[in-house]
Design a protein around this ligand. Structure first.
Ligand code: PEP
Ligand code: MG
Length: 881
C-alpha cells in the first residue's frame, strides 16, 4: 500500500488517472479503521476506509459529488462521486442515539456539492459528552466496486478540506453505481387550508403522495415548525395538521409547479363519502366469509359454502375436532431481535428489503381478498398498511441503524417505535389508530425476518407459559413452530393463512390437535384471552360464543372422545372390510415419539417416515451414523413392524435449518425431493448409507419422493444397490416410489416394473394436478384431493402397479379422510397411511365398509365433475358417524 504523495495533494480534481482522491472531511489526528471503537467499522463490515478524531465541529465534503443520503439525525452523510464511488462520513460512534441533538446539517439530500463545501456543523462538546466516542469514519460504502489504493499515514494530522486521506480506484470489472439524478433548484410554494374532516390524515396524505408519482419534483409539506416529505405518510401524519390548518407546500425541481398543484388539488378535493378516517382496527362489521370448508385430507365433510354467523370466522379444516379455550396470540409475543447484525450491513439491508417485500405481498393478497368479498373498508386498511410499509421515513431510519451495525430487526423496530412516539405526541385519537397500524407492521416485518432466518420458533410459543386449554392463534405456524409446542396445553390451532395440506396442518393432525387454517386477517383482531369455540370439522371459530354454545361444544367434544375411545379398543386388530378385504392401516410419522404413538394407536406399520422433519432443527446435515441411529431407534420402537422411510424431501414448503438453497423463482417446481441430489448428492448418499445400515434389513423400505419418470428411479436403484454391496448387505432392500407428480401417476406401469411398491402422495398430487399451491389459503377449499382428476390419476396408478403385481398405498392426507377411504379402497389401494392418532378411526371406518360396493361406487364417482360432487356422493353412500 502506497502512502499518499504530497504531489497528489495539489491535484485540483477528484480524479487523477482514474483515481479518486478523498480529502479530509474533518480536522484532527488520523486514526486507522482498525482502532475505531465499533466493530462494524473496525472489522471493515461497512467497507474499507479510515478515521479522524475531530478537533473541530465542521464536516466538509471530501469530494465533488451528490448527497445521496443525509441521516435525518444529521450525524452521517453519504456522497456519491461522478464515478459512482459512495463515501460515508459518520461523525462519532453511536451518535444516531442522539437523535439529532448537537448536529446541524447544512445541505439537503440530493444536493450537488464541491470538495470542501460545509455539509454538517456539530457541537463537539455535546457529542463528546453524549456519545461513546468522537472518532469519525470515512468509509467506501461500495467497497466491492472501489478499492482504497493509498491512505494517509496514521497519527498524522488531517486538515479539513486540505489533507488527502484516501485514494480510490474502481475495481476491475466492477460496475459503478449509476449517478443520482441531477437536482434542480426551481422552487414553488403554495399555501393550502385543509377542509377535510380530520385534516391531513392518512388517506388524504396517501392520495397526495400518489398525486406526485412520476412528476419530476420533490414536495415538502410545512406546518409551523414541522416539515415532512410528501413521500412520507408517517411524516405527514406527524405534522399534526388538523381540519382548518393552513399548511405550506414547497416544490423543488423541473416540474415543481405541477407537483405542488397536484398535491393541493388532492388535499382540497372532498373525497366522496369521506368524513375523516374509517376506524382502522375494528373487526369488519360484515361477517368474514372464508372459503368453503373442504376436506382436503382433513377428514371433514364437504359443506355448502358456510356463511359465518356474527361473531364467527370461517376457515378451512386442517385437523378435525372440537375445542373450547382461550385465544392465545403466540405471534404477539414480543419478537426480540438481537441488537447487533451478524453480517455486513449490506447483507442486513437486503434482509430487511426481503422481509418488507414479503409483508407487502401478504398485504396485497389481503387487499385483493377483501375487495373480492366486497369488504371495501377492510381492503382500504390493508392498502394503507402497504403505503406505510414503504414509507421512506421508516425505511431510511432503519437503514441508518443498519449502517451502524444493528440487525435488520432491531433497526426496523427502533424506527417504527420512534414514529409511534412522534404520533403519540399529537393529541388525536385517529393518530392513535395509526400507531396501532404501525405496531402491526412492526410485528409483521419482524415475523418475516424471523421466518427468513429460521428463528421464528425461537420467538414464539416455545418460550411462553401457556394457559390450560390454549387456542393458539398465528398468522401461520411453521413446522418448526409446532415441533416445540407444549401439546398438552394446546387445545386447538387457528391460523389466518395456511392450507389444509401444509406441513403445519399435517403436524396438527398427527398431534390430534383440532386446527383451522385460512381464517383471514380478521383472526388477528380477536383479543388475547377471548373465550372461543373451535369446530374444526365445520371450519368455524366462534369468538363470541354464548354459554349454550360453549356447553354444546363441550358436550360434542365429549361425544367425540367417547367414539375415539371405542375405536381405540379395537385398533390393535387388523382391519378388513365386512366382506373380508384386508386393508393395511399404517402411520405417517416424523419422530421417534410419533413411532411410539403409532404403536400405541395400533398402526400396522409405518407407511411414511418424513425424514426431513426428523432433522429439521439441526444446524448441520445429519451424518451417516446419525441417520442410522435415528432410523434404528424407530425400527426398534416399532417392535417388528416395517417402516417405509422416505429420503429427504427438502424444498418448496419444507425447509430445514441446515440447508439454505439458492432462491428459486418457483420452488414447488424446483429442486425438491430427489432432485436435490442434482446439486447436493452427498446429502442423499449419506442418508442411503445410513438407511442401509439399519438392522434387520427387512425392517425398513426406502421411498423416493418427487420421482418424475423411470430414469430417475433406475439411477437411484443402482446407487442403492452399490451402497448395499459396499456395506456387505446381501438381501435386497425394497424401494418404492412416491406418486405425487402427474407424470409419475401416468407412467405408473413403467415405474412399477422397477419399483417394489407405489405410495401415492395426494397432497402434492393434488397440488400439481390442479395447479393449486397446497399452502395458498385462498385455494385451500378448492385444492381437494377428492377432485375427480386426482382420483382418475389414482386409478391409473393402481392399474399400472397391478400390471406388475405391485401394491399401492396412499400416504397423503387423503388417506385419513373418512369420505375418501371407501373410494381409495374401491380404486384398489391396499394400504392407507394416516396420522398415528387417526389409525383407530380409519380402521373403524374400514370395518364398516363393503369392498364390492366400494369398487362399484368408486368407478362411478370418476365420472363426476367436481370434488364437491364426489364428496356428496361418498357421504350419501357411506354416512359419517
Ligand atoms: C404428499 O405429497 O402427499 C406426501 C405424503 O408428501 P408430503 O406431504 O410430505 O409432501
Ligand atoms: Mg409430497
Amino acid at each position: 500500500m502506497e502512502r499518499i504523495q504530497e504531489s497528489r495533494l495539489m491535484s485540483p480534481d477528484n480524479a487523477t488517472e482514474g483515481r479518486i482522491v478523498l480529502i479530509a472531511p474533518l480536522s484532527g489526528p488520523v486514526v486507522p479503521l482498525a482502532s475505531v471503537p465499533d466493530p462494524v467499522f473496525s472489522e471493515g463490515l461497512f467497507g474499507d476506509g479510515i478515521a479522524v478524531d475531530p478537533l473541530v465541529g465542521r464536516l466538509v465534503s471530501p469530494c465533488d459529488g451528490t448527497v445521496m443520503h443525509l441521516a435525518r439525525t444529521g450525524h452521517a452523510v453519504t456522497l456519491q462521486t461522478a464515478e459512482g464511488a459512495q463515501v460515508l462520513v459518520h461523525i462519532g460512534i453511536d451518535t444516531v442515539e442522539l437523535n439529532g441533538k448537537g448536529f446541524t446539517p447544512k445541505v439537503e439530500q440530493g444536493a450537488q456539492v464541491r470538495r470542501g463545501d460545509l455539509l454538517i456543523e456539530f457541537d463537539l462538546d455535546v457529542v463528546a459528552c453524549n456519545a461513546p466516542s468522537l472518532v469519525s469514519v470515512i468509509a467506501v460504502a461500495n467497497s466491492d466496486a472501489f478499492e482504497v489504493v493509498e491512505r494517509a499515514g496514521y497519527a498524522s494530522h488531517a486538515e479539513a478540506g486540505e489533507t488527502p486521506l484516501l485514494v480510490l480506484r474502481a475495481r476491475e470489472g466492477a460496475v459503478a453505481a449509476t449517478s443520482v439524478a441531477e437536482v434542480v433548484t426551481n422552487e414553488v410554494r403554495r399555501s393550502v387550508t385543509l377542509t377535510h374532516a380530520g385534516g391531513l390524515h392518512a388517506r388524504p396524505a396517501a392520495r397526495a403522495r400518489e398525486a406526485v408519482r412520476g412528476i419530476d419534483a420533490r414536495v415538502e409539506v410545512r406546518y409551523g415548525e414541522r416539515k415532512a416529505a410528501i413521500e412520507s405518510v408517517v411524516g405527514l401524519l406527524g405534522l399534526g395538521a388538523g381540519e382548518g390548518a393552513t399548511i405550506e407546500l414547497v416544490g423543488l425541481g423541473h416540474e415543481a409547479q405541477k407537483a405542488v398543484d397536484a398535491v393541493a388539488n388532492e388535499l382540497l378535493r372532498e373525497a366522496p363519502g369521506e368524513g375523516g378516517e374509517a376506524p382502522a382496527r375494528q373487526l369488519s362489521p360484515a361477517p368474514v366469509v372464508a372459503p368453503v370448508a373442504s376436506a382436503a385430507g382433513a377428514g371433514v365433510a364437504a359443506q355448502q359454502a358456510p356463511r359465518s354467523a356474527p361473531g364467527t370466522l370461517i376457515g378451512v379444516c386442517a385437523a378435525p375436532g372440537v375445542a373450547v379455550g382461550k385465544l392465545v396470540r403466540w405471534d404477539d409475543a414480543e419478537l426480540e431481535p438481537s441488537e447487533l447484525a451478524s453480517g455486513p450491513s449490506s447483507a442486513e439491508s437486503r434482509l430487511l428489503d426481503k422481509a418488507v417485500a414479503s409483508v407487502d405481498g401478504e398485504l396485497d393478497a389481503s387487499v385483493r381478498a377483501a375487495s373480492q368479498r366486497g369488504a371495501i373498508g377492510e381492503a382500504g386498511i390493508f392498502q394503507m398498511h402497504r403505503v406505510l410499509l414503504e414509507d421512506p421515513t421508516l425505511i431510511d431510519a432503519a437503514r441508518d441503524l443498519i449502517s451502524l451495525g444493528k440487525s435488520a430487526g432491531f433497526a426496523w423496530r427502533a424506527s417504527i417505535r420512534e414514529q409511534i412516539a412522534v404520533l403519540g405526541k399529537v393529541d388525536d385519537p385517529l393518530l392513535a389508530e395509526r400507531a396501532a397500524d404501525l405496531r402491526d407492521l412492526e410485528k409483521r416485518v419482524l415475523r418475516a425476518l424471523a421466518n427468513a432466518n429460521g428463528t421464528g420458533n425461537a420467538m414464539g410459543a416455545a418460550q411462553r407459559e401457556l394457559p390450560e386449554e390454549a387456542v393458539l392463534a398465528a398468522d401461520e405456524f411453521t413446522p418448526s413452530d409446532l415441533a416445540s409446542l407444549d401439546r398438552k396445553r394446546v387445545t386447538a390451532l387457528v391460523m389466518a393463512r395456511g392450507g389444509a395440506t401444509s406441513h403445519a396442518a399435517i403436524i396438527a393432525r398427527q398431534a390430534g390437535i383440532p386446527a383451522l387454517v385460512a381464517l383471514g386477517d380478521a383472526l388477528h383482531k380477536i383479543e388475547e384471552g377471548t373465550q372461543v369455540v373451535v369446530d374444526a370439522g365445520a371450519g368455524s371459530l366462534a369468538f363470541a360464543p354464548s354459554p349454550q354454545d360453549v356447553e354444546r361444544a363441550r358436550a360434542e367434544k365429549q361425544r367425540l372422545a367417547g367414539v375415539r375411545e371405542a375405536n381405540r379398543r379395537t385398533s390393535h386388530e387388523a382391519a378388513a372390510t365386512r366382506d373380508g378385504h384386508a386393508v393395511e392401516v399404517a402411520a405417517n410419522i416424523a419422530t421417534l415419539e410419533d413411532a411410539r404413538t403409532a404403536v400405541e394407536n395400533g398402526a400396522d406399520s409405518v407407511g411414511l417416515l418424513r425424514t426431513e422433519l426428523m432433522f429439521i432443527h439441526r444446524q448441520a446435515a445429519p451424518t451417516v451414523d446419525e441417520h442410522r441411529e435415528g432410523y434404528q431407534a424407530i425400527a426398534e420402537a416399532l417392535g417388528g413392524r416395517t417402516a417405509i422411510i422416505r429420503t429427504l424431501d427438502v424444498g418448496a414448503d419444507k425447509e430445514v435449518d441446515y440447508l439454505t438453497l439458492p432462491p428459486e423463482p418457483n420452488p414447488a417446481l424446483g429442486l425438491r425431493g430427489i432432485r436435490l441430489a442434482q446439486v447436493r448428492p452427498d446429502l442423499l448418499d449419506d442418508q442411503l448409507r445410513g438407511l442401509l445400515a439399519v438392522e434387520p434389513m427387512g425392517a425398513v423400505r426406502i421411498l423416493l419422493p418427487m420421482v418424475t419418470d423411470v430414469g430417475e428411479l433406475v439411477r437411484l436403484r443402482e446407487r442403492i444397490d452399490t451402497f448395499a454391496r459396499e456395506a456387505g448387505r446381501t438381501g435386497r432392500i425394497e424401494v418404492g416410489v412416491m406418486i405425487e407428480v402427474p407424470s409419475a401417476a401416468l407412467l405408473a406401469d413403467q415405474l412399477a416394473r422397477h419399483a417394489d411398491f407405489l405410495s401415492i402422495g395426494t397432497n402434492d398430487l393434488t397440488q400439481y394436478t390442479l395447479a393449486m399451491d397446497r399452502c395458498q389459503p385462498d385455494l385451500a377449499a378448492q385444492a381437494d384431493g377428492l377432485h375427480p382428476a386426482v382420483l382418475r390419476l389414482v386409478s391409473i396408478a393402481v392399474e399400472g402397479a397391478n400390471k406388475h403385481g405391485k401394491w399401492v398405498g396412499v400416504c397423503g392426507a387423503l388417506a385419513g379422510d373418512p369420505l375418501a377411504v371407501p373410494l381409495l379402497i374401491g380404486l384398489g389401494v391396499t394400504e392407507l397411511s394416516v396420522d398415528p392418532v387417526s389409525v383407530p378411526s380409519i380402521k373403524a371406518r374400514v370395518r364398516k365398509l363393503d369392498y364390492s360396493q366400494c369398487r362399484e361406487r368408486a368407478f362411478e364417482v370418476l365420472a363426476l365433475e367436481s370434488a364437491q360432487a364426489v364428496r356428496a356422493a361418498s357421504r350419501a353412500h357411506w354416512p359419517l358417524d
